[in-house]
Design a protein around this ligand. Structure first.
Ligand code: SF4
Length: 228
């Protein structure tokens, strides 16, 4: 299988009844506000290159971001902050990400989420998290040959990495598991280095908890660790 096969397969997943209902409900009720666009309203696949050295792991698509545009972190404020930082770091060809065919291309980077459907209040249930984990594991397995660094945006993504690492690399997570924190780092032999970063949510960026300079530091570290 290729990443394109995986993207197509995940886009038609219906495994979580609550999330299927929510993503379709949001698309139905909000379609009028975005009349000239085709509201995606489906699971959102990963985005980026197949030979990524760097992966950015988020929580889940936003109801009116990825769930609307069909591309992860695209069309919302979180994405504005993230892609501006990736552009400054030389990992994206443009600083904005507004629609799924806007010409954006990443370099050495793949972005994906631990849960592929937009959840109400951005909070998937543990059952939904576990149901979606195999999609992440399959995607990580496909980029494993080049993958060196995983940037986890927030504690949910950080926690989702350990089962992915077990499934893909056959490595047991450390006990106790290292705590998430901004700029927290964990390295193990033969597995990508995990780097923590506060999530690019408005809650963090509007309050100054996460600044552009902090993001620049994380991506500079990530690039260095990835040999870029
Ligand atoms: Fe499928 Fe994941 Fe969406 Fe659940 S959250 S329906 S497992 S793509």
């Amino acid at each position: 299988a290729t990443l394109a096969d995986l993207d197509a397969a995940v886009s038609s997943c219906f495994a979580c009844p609550r999330l299927v209902a929510w993503r379709e409900e949001v698309a139905r009720t909000r379609r009028a506000a975005f009349r000239d666009q085709e509201y995606w309203g489906r699971p959102v696949p990963g985005f980026g290159v197949a030979d990524a050295r760097l992966a950015i792991l988020g929580l889940a698509p936003a109801a009116h971001g990825g769930n609307r545009t069909g591309r992860i972190f695209t069309g919302d404020r979180s994405g504005d902050v993230l892609f501006a930082a990736l552009h400054r770091a030389g990992l994206a060809n443009q600083p904005t990400s507004v629609w799924r065919d806007d010409g954006l291309a990443l370099r050495d980077t793949r972005i994906f989420a631990a849960v592929r459907c937009a959840p109400p209040d951005n909070k998937p249930t543990p059952g939904e998290r576990d149901a979606c984990a195999p999609w992440l594991h399959r995607e990580v397995a496909l980029i494993k040959p080049t993958l060196r660094v995983v940037v986890a945006l927030g504690a949910f993504a950080w926690a989702a990495w350990w089962p992915a690492m077990s499934a893909v690399y056959g490595r047991r997570p450390p006990v106790p598991r290292p705590a998430f924190g901004h700029a927290a780092r964990w390295s193990g032999e033969g597995v990508p280095t995990l780097l923590g970063c506060y999530h690019v949510s408005q809650q963090n960026t509007f309050t100054g908890r996460l600044t552009p300079a902090m993001l620049d530091d994380v991506f500079a570290t990530a690039k260095h660790l990835a040999g870029l």
